[in-house]
Ligand binder design. Structure first.
Ligand SMILES: [Fe+2]
Ligand SMILES: [Fe+2]
Length: 130
């Protein structure tokens, strides 16, 4: 397990909390396959992992747009930052199939980004959208 319920702050928007909650299981299943160095399973789960995250980001961005939230661009930039990293690590996976590198990225960069993004950007945005 990479991310536990208590690592993720609850925010003042039920839809956003639901997105985070649903996603946690997908993230943890993916991480478990990476940690187990199960290359076939990682191959199988990678597209769903990326799609789940994209749905999360896109839903938040659509909600911000609909509410004309003033800091939308800054919030979106922080999504874009991890989108780029995920894309990079996905491409490297396709070539190298290296679970160790992927595990390092998830445990260090991704987990830190994920929990901090929710604490800062999602918490700040939540009362202003939806
Ligand atoms: Fe979020
Ligand atoms: Fe966000």
């Amino acid at each position: 397990m990479l991310i536990q319920q208590q690592d993720v702050q609850q925010v003042a928007n039920a839809m956003m909390n639901m997105l985070h909650e649903d996603e946690m299981e997908v993230i943890n299943n993916f991480y478990d396959a990476v940690k187990a160095k199960d290359v076939d399973k990682v191959d199988e789960l990678f597209p769903g992992f990326l799609a789940e995250i994209e749905t999360h980001f896109k839903t938040e961005e659509d909600m911000m747009e609909q509410s004309a939230y003033s800091d939308m661009q800054m919030h979106k930039s922080d999504h874009d930052l991890i989108r780029k990293k995920l894309e990079k690590f996905h491409k490297r996976w396709e070539v190298l199939k290296g679970p160790k590198e992927l595990q390092g990225f998830l445990e260090k960069d991704f987990k830190k980004w994920y929990t901090q993004h929710i604490t800062k950007w999602d918490a700040q945005t939540a009362p202003n959208i939806g």
